[in-house]
Write a protein that binds this ligand. Structure first.
Ligand code: SF4
Length: 401
């Protein structure tokens, strides 16, 4: 029985890689992009046999990437999302675990120290409520029978009830519900059998409402889980970058989401979208960079530079595009700018902006070498600044990344 379960887990490797929540391995290496999660398969040795297991490395804190067993209770699904490897229209082998079986095989892998936590998802069978019950039952077995104290990322199913969302939040370290598309029209195009967008968003609303209104002692380890969502980028034709970023802004401001994942579309054989082109990774990168400007720098979507078709310029860092529009012809005086203005200059982040404000109390900043000593990336910043009323050396290189 145990080896059968390991075999089924191993058979999930391809499907879970296709269902990847984050594709940093495909993205160009850019210094300023925060750490992203990575899906990899891992080869492990169990009972003297080598197995491939679906493992995702997530950035879950200061301890470095954490390996999670990335699983689904079942890869059977009654829905026909056009891009998804689990779609009911796809003719492919399927795997199904009972909650007991999945909890027990996870513990076996965990005890061998191959993973530190669990990413728990599922295809939908018998509706969202029934599927959510099985996901919750798996987590309950782990927490109460096996006394598992580690990290669980639990998916909230479309159609899940509020009481189930609450129970999931009592068991998990992170909960997520995939919105998939940023507008109702775009969702119908790529996932016609999923509930409408605002019903999906309602579950994120409940998560936030529970966090805001109920004492965290009712949550796992006395705190509520963080929440996240995922969009599929480039599978449909109706959603533009501005739609993605506008909804991302709403999710950060109104739903307190920790993370919004952008998953570049990758065509899967046997699905209705098999012939559509793969999404260009640079677009995904620019969406991530823009989302971080909203979340970590306080930008609003309207501050970014939009092309006439509401797309981002894929060849340029969105912070640079925005700074070119705002400051290239009206440079910012470094000795007078406030914090909010400073962090909008490429090459200056929140930490460096605070150092500049502190330094300015004692000295005027008059040349680029002083700026460099304060931690500013002068190649990026100089074109947008006046240093004590003067433009600095124009010969410095201007880097778009
Ligand atoms: S509901 Fe989820 S698992 Fe099912 S086809 Fe859609 S995206 Fe895939």
């Amino acid at each position: 029985m145990y080896m059968e379960s390991i075999e089924k887990l191993s058979a999930l490797v391809e499907d879970m890689a296709l269902e990847v929540t984050d594709q940093s391995l495909c993205l160009p290496k850019v210094k300023l992009l925060p750490r992203l999660d990575q899906h990899r398969e891992a080869r492990v040795s169990i009972n003297n046999d080598q197995w491939r297991l679906p493992i995702s490395y997530v950035s879950a804190g200061p301890g470095g990437p954490m390996p999670l067993l990335k699983t689904a209770l079942t890869t059977v699904c009654e829905n026909d999302c056009r891009y998804c490897s689990f779609s009911c229209q796809r003719d492919s082998p399927r795997q199904t675990f009972t909650p007991d079986e999945l909890a027990s095989v996870f513990m076996a892998v965990y005890e061998k120290k191959y993973v530190k936590g669990l990413f728990l998802s599922s295809g939908i069978t018998g509706g969202g409520v029934r599927t959510q019950d099985k996901i919750i039952a798996t987590a309950e077995i782990l927490r109460f029978r096996y006394r598992f104290q580690g990290y669980i990322h639990m998916k909230i199913m479309p159609g899940a009830e509020k009481a189930q969302v609450f129970r999931a939040m009592q068991l998990a370290d992170r909960v997520s519900i995939n919105l998939e598309a940023p507008t109702a029209l775009a969702l119908v195009e790529i996932a016609p059998s999923k509930p409408v967008l605002n019903q999906l968003d309602q579950r994120l609303y409940w998560v936030n409402q529970i966090r805001d209104s109920m004492h965290p002692y009712q949550g796992w380890k006395g705190r509520w889980p963080s929440s996240s969502t995922q969009f599929v980028v480039g599978s449909g034709e109706t959603a533009n970058d501005r739609d993605f970023i506008k909804l991302t802004q709403h999710l950060h401001q109104q739903r307190q989401l920790r993370r919004v994942y952008f998953s570049g579309f990758n065509p899967i054989q046997g699905t209705p979208f098999a012939e559509r082109p793969k999404q260009e990774p640079l677009r995904v990168l620019r969406l991530y960079q823009s989302a971080y400007l909203l979340r970590d720098y306080g930008y609003v979507a309207d501050e970014l530079s939009w092309q006439s078709d509401c797309s981002l310029d894929i060849h340029k860092d969105p912070k640079v595009s925005s700074a070119e529009r705002l400051f290239l012809h009206q440079p910012l005086e470094i000795n007078q700018a406030d914090y909010e203005q400073l962090i909008r200059i490429p090459g200056i982040g929140p930490k460096t902006a605070r150092v500049i404000l502190s330094e300015r109390k004692h000295h005027l900043i008059g040349d680029s070498s002083s700026l460099k000593k304060l931690g500013v990336n002068t190649n990026r910043a100089i074109p947008f600044l006046l240093l004590n009323g003067k433009k600095a050396d124009r010969q410095l290189q201007f880097s778009f990344y």
